[in-house]
Ligand binder design. Structure first.
Ligand SMILES: [Zn+2]
Length: 339
């Protein structure tokens, strides 16, 4: 089964959003910092995946960002939070637009009859309305929390982003336990796509385990794991903006992913926003034709193994650090000797 890795632009995020969870970026302070920390931005990619399923047809996993988000940012985001975030929060070149990339693969939006959403955050549903004809699968819990509010007054999710969808398929994880996960959903009843609840980043977040051949799994983690390095939750955590119990939910999810990694040694982990060489020089290159060979899979696993010691802890040289603000762009970089 082929998987195409499509990058739909970049987003500028504060370093602490990705790496500050153990340094105070939790709860209301995380939200506060996220809005006001303007001096530690980094650019991270946004990915969408197209799976060519032999029986179901092409399946889109998440929908990335749209041109409106990138170029009419002010009006778009006034609609969500009532305030404008940085104008250059998103970068999307014409050739990175989702429809342009689908076109290159020989598809137009009407060919896509199935969309699976990991969660409803804006950078994952930007182009969703182009697929208003499709069946859209989303975790029920994520859907039910769409009216939750930030600071008690604004919904987190933006109704116009998903308003044209008519054929929702709410996933409630009824296929039983799957390795370290208490619940799962075998989306098409053939074991090829197992949807696993991975809450923490958002209330109902889920990740998709794809069996590409007899021996290989590809785990599309969405934002449950921002980067491979986040597997070492003892030393590195993303921000968690909800109440403290949400932090434990986030940690519990990563523990389960670590257990799954042990249970499936040939599983390749592919996070949406990993911004290291792993993403750009390995994942992009190896999935270019949609097919991951055994040799390529092993190279990805070797890269992952190179980041950690025998206890699963990040090696010092793999530890990310924010460096040198680029004066022209106002955006810095993450330094890690293993890039
Ligand atoms: Zn995201």
């Amino acid at each position: 089964m082929k998987i195409h890795v499509l990058q739909t632009g970049y987003t500028k995020v504060p370093f602490g959003q990705f790496y500050g969870g153990l340094n105070g970026w939790i709860g209301n302070r995380a939200v506060w910092n996220m809005i006001f920390d303007k001096s530690h931005f980094i650019n991270v990619p946004i990915h969408v995946y197209l799976i060519e399923h032999p029986h179901v047809g092409p399946i889109l996993i998440d929908t990335g960002i749209s041109m409106e988000q990138a170029r009419e940012h002010k009006s778009y985001y006034k609609g969500i939070f009532g305030v404008t975030t940085d104008e250059d929060e998103y970068v999307l070149e014409d050739n990175m637009e989702l429809t342009a990339q689908l076109d290159k693969l020989g598809y137009c939006p009407s060919d896509i009859q199935t969309v699976v959403l990991t969660h409803l955050h804006e950078d994952h549903v930007g182009e969703l309305n182009r697929f208003s004809h499709a069946r859209v699968m989303v975790p029920l819990k994520e859907w039910e929390s769409r009216h939750d509010k930030v600071f008690g007054f604004r919904p987190i999710y933006y109704p116009p982003s998903y308003s044209s969808i008519k054929n929702w398929d709410f996933v409630s994880f009824t296929s039983g336990a799957f390795h370290s996960f208490d619940a799962s959903q075998d989306l098409f009843g053939d074991g090829s796509l197992i949807f696993l609840p991975t809450p923490g980043h958002s209330k109902g977040h889920a990740s998709l385990l794809v069996r590409t051949d007899e021996e290989t799994h590809v785990f599309l983690t969405g934002d449950s794991l921002y980067t491979l390095r986040h597997l070492d939750f003892e030393h590195l955590c993303a921000f968690v903006p909800g109440p403290k119990k949400d932090f434990h939910i986030y940690l519990d999810t990563i523990k389960r992913i670590r257990e799954l990694r042990k249970a499936l040694p040939n599983m390749v982990i592919v996070p949406t926003h990993d911004h290291y060489d792993y993403q750009y020089k390995y994942v992009h290159r190896f999935f270019e034709d949609g097919i991951l060979t055994e040799e390529e899979r092993d190279q990805l696993l070797q890269y992952e193994a190179s980041l950690f010691d025998q206890n699963g802890h990040l090696k010092p040289e793999a530890y990310p650090a924010f460096v040198s603000k680029d004066k022209q762009k106002g955006v810095g970089k993450v330094c890690s000797e293993v890039s």
